[in-house]
Design a protein around this ligand. Structure first.
Ligand SMILES: C[S@@+](CC[C@H](N)C(=O)[O-])C[C@H]1O[C@@H](n2cnc3c(N)ncnc32)[C@H](O)[C@@H]1O
Length: 257
């Protein structure tokens, strides 16, 4: 996706990389954009239209992108560990003083030391915390409980599985995968194909090799139920927590401090 100055960061079309990331993620989650819309509705409902946001495990910054398009007076700190996705985010938000991007490992107990602020109106995350096992995730929730100001909000949109409904889960999965196969036949890229493209890009090749050294193909985590998330957030100091949106495979859990 190089532009006229092929091979240099200045010639890279960051918007095109951002959009191709979004298409790849939508192949797994056709409702992804609706999830973002409801998340931002609930930001507005709880902390208003000028929030200081932490975009947790931001990747290329898709949440921050939607946040700033809808609330131009918002600010955002994006934090992630992936050097390739952060390279796209840095290119995409270059020169935008509302955005700060931070490299940190959310499993490192000292990761909050890297943040530019000690408190946020809203901490938002999507399709990311299933990369963590439940125990480190509960520890992360306790840290988020201290980062969100009183009256502030945390929201997690992710795959959340209910193990008590195996037949419903199997039917939903088969239906979703049939749709994915049709989209694939129409040209949609999956995770591995998208990363293979990034590995061939002159600017992204180095950071892509580095992200595979860090993570391998994908981290190995858990997908607990929405109820588990709500209870863990209650234990982490939030006053109220419940799902505010759900699809057959995913949920958006909101916790209010
Ligand atoms: C599927 S991507 C989602 C990115 C973005 N939130 C979105 O919706 O497009 C998952 C992200 O979680 C990040 N992540 C996973 N484990 C992490 C960790 N321990 N520390 C920081 N980031 C992590 C990955 O680097 C990746 O960017």
């Amino acid at each position: 996706m190089g532009g006229t100055d092929e091979g240099t960061a200045a010639g890279t079309d960051w918007r095109a990389w951002q959009e191709s990331w979004d298409r790849q993620q939508e192949w797994y989650m056709p409702d992804r954009e609706e999830r973002f819309r409801v998340m931002l509705d609930m930001v507005e409902a709880t902390v208003g239209p000028k929030p200081g946001v932490l975009d947790l495990a931001c990747g290329t910054g898709s949440i921050t992108d939607r946040l700033l398009a809808r609330f131009p007076e918002a600010t955002s700190t994006g934090v992630d560990l992936d050097p390739a996705l952060l390279t796209i985010a840095r290119g995409h938000f270059a020169g935008d003083e509302r955005v700060t991007l931070v490299t940190a490992d959310l499993k490192d107990p000292a990761w909050t030391d890297s943040l530019p602020h000690t408190s946020y109106d809203a901490v938002l995350t999507a399709t990311a915390l299933h990369w963590l096992h439940s125990e480190p995730l509960a520890a992360l929730y306790r840290q988020i409980g201290t980062l969100v100001r009183d009256g502030g909000v945390f929201m997690n949109a992710d795959h959340m599985k209910d193990a008590s409904t195996p037949r419903i889960n199997a039917a939903e999965r088969a239906h979703r995968h049939a749709g994915m196969e049709r989209a694939r036949a129409a040209g949609a890229l999956d995770w591995a194909e998208w990363w293979a493209l990034a590995a061939k890009d002159p600017v992204l090749a180095g950071p892509t090799a580095e992200r595979f050294r860090i993570y391998g193909e994908h981290a190995d985590g858990d997908t607990p139920s929405a109820q588990w998330h709500a209870e863990a957030l209650g234990a982490a100091g939030f006053a109220e927590a419940r799902p505010v949106w759900a699809s057959p495979s995913d949920a958006l859990v909101l916790a209010l401090k």
